[in-house]
Design a protein around this ligand. Structure first.
Ligand code: HEM
Length: 326
């Protein structure tokens, strides 16, 4: 529109008011209605004025844009329920991948970023993961066995026989036994791998110590479980095994320094109150031992092991993921 374009200032002459001539405003902005005004006043002043009425007769009316109705899946994904469960988009970006790990109760123990070398089977042998898997197998099969097994002198042996011969899913006992043996093997191999890759060094020395306790707990799980069939093998194996507790320093009545704990020549640590007695619930393996080992085996040790495993996995994350090659 030619009439909207301001005229150039008169050649050679100053603008009205004697002020130096400002540069002409760009063609698109002026629209102030008078050529002289556009020339004489600064652009800022002209911009403040109300815009001239536009001739919109030649402007096409706005088109109605087509907005498709959201599909059923989109509606579901937009619902509050969906968004309260899935709090991030598809994990195909670094951010969404991090959110996927952080917002998942099972994955959040994993580090958000992991070294590729740490994921290689040849590096970890997956022995820690296998140990954890076998622990889960033990928990599941163990709970199923608890439905059938009674830890008393009268029933324990019979119940074990019944598990093999009469009880449906009695195979659970075999799975429980074999997985226990396998777990002892994998936990040793895991420790060996951690040692060979130098993963006990800072910053992982704390986790190494947690691991040592987990190893002891794994062995104690095997030891306490061994008595539960309540057959001759079990009773004599625990008799032999628990005799070692007699030699516990200070707390075992035959152990080093225990003899020094006396009052007026009366020994305070003796066979009726030492570490072995506490373990067996008596001076020899009896029904009290069976109950004690049952509670240790089914509740106490698995509970402590579960808590320490959570700390173990959390520590792996805090130590920057699985270590790299030496
Ligand atoms: C119930 C026993 C245990 C479970 C379930 C367990 C589980 C795991 C898992 C899943 C990992 C990740 C890497 C991998 O799979 O190798 C790991 C790493 C580790 N574990 Fe264990 N572990 C156990 C016992 C031990 C023991 C006995 C030690 C050592 C005394 C140990 C020390 C470590 C260390 C230091 C790491 C970090 C290794 C690295 O960064 O390369 N753990 N553990």
């Amino acid at each position: 529109m030619a009439d909207e374009i301001p005229n150039p200032p008169p050649a050679g002459g100053p603008a009205a008011g004697g002020a130096p001539t400002p540069p002409p405003a760009p063609a698109a902005t002026p629209a102030t209605g008078g050529a002289t005004a556009a020339v004489a006043k600064p652009a800022a002043a002209t911009a403040a004025k109300p815009a001239a009425k536009k001739d919109d007769s030649r402007i096409a009316p706005p088109q109605k844009t087509y907005v498709p109705r959201p599909g059923l899946m989109d509606q579901i994904k937009d619902s509050q329920i969906w968004r309260s469960i899935f709090r991030h988009g598809y994990p195909n970006t670094v951010r969404n991948r991090s959110l996927a790990v952080l917002s998942n109760v099972f994955l959040h123990l994993h580090p958000v970023n992991v070294r590729t070398s740490g994921l290689r089977l040849s590096f970890t042998w997956c022995m820690g993961g296998l140990t954890f898997f076998l622990f889960l197998v033990e928990i599941i099969t163990g709970v199923l066995l608890m439905f059938y097994y009674r830890p008393t002198g009268e029933y324990a042996y019979q119940d074990i026989i019944a598990l093999g011969e009469h009880v449906p899913m009695g195979v659970m006992r075999e799975i429980h036994r074999w997985a226990a043996h396998a777990m002892v093997i994998t936990v040793w191999l895991h420790m060996f791998r951690v040692f060979m890759t130098g993963s006990y060094k800072p910053p992982r020395e704390f986790n190494w110590n947690i691991g040592v306790i987990l190893l002891v707990l794994t062995l104690l799980l095997s030891f306490t479980g061994y008595l539960l069939p309540w057959d001759q093998l079990a009773i004599w194996a625990i008799t032999v095994g628990s005799n070692m507790a007699r030699a516990t320093p200070i707390a075992g009545y035959e152990g080093p320094l225990a003899a020094l704990i006396t009052i007026d020549d009366v020994k305070l640590v003796h066979s009726g109150d030492d570490a072995r007695f506490a373990l067996l619930g008596g001076r020899f393996v009896g029904e009290a031992t069976l109950l004690r080992f049952y509670v240790l085996h089914c509740i106490f040790i698995p509970l402590v092991a579960t808590i320490l495993m959570a700390v173990h996995f959390w520590r792996i994350r805090k130590d920057g993921g699985i270590s790299g090659p030496l």
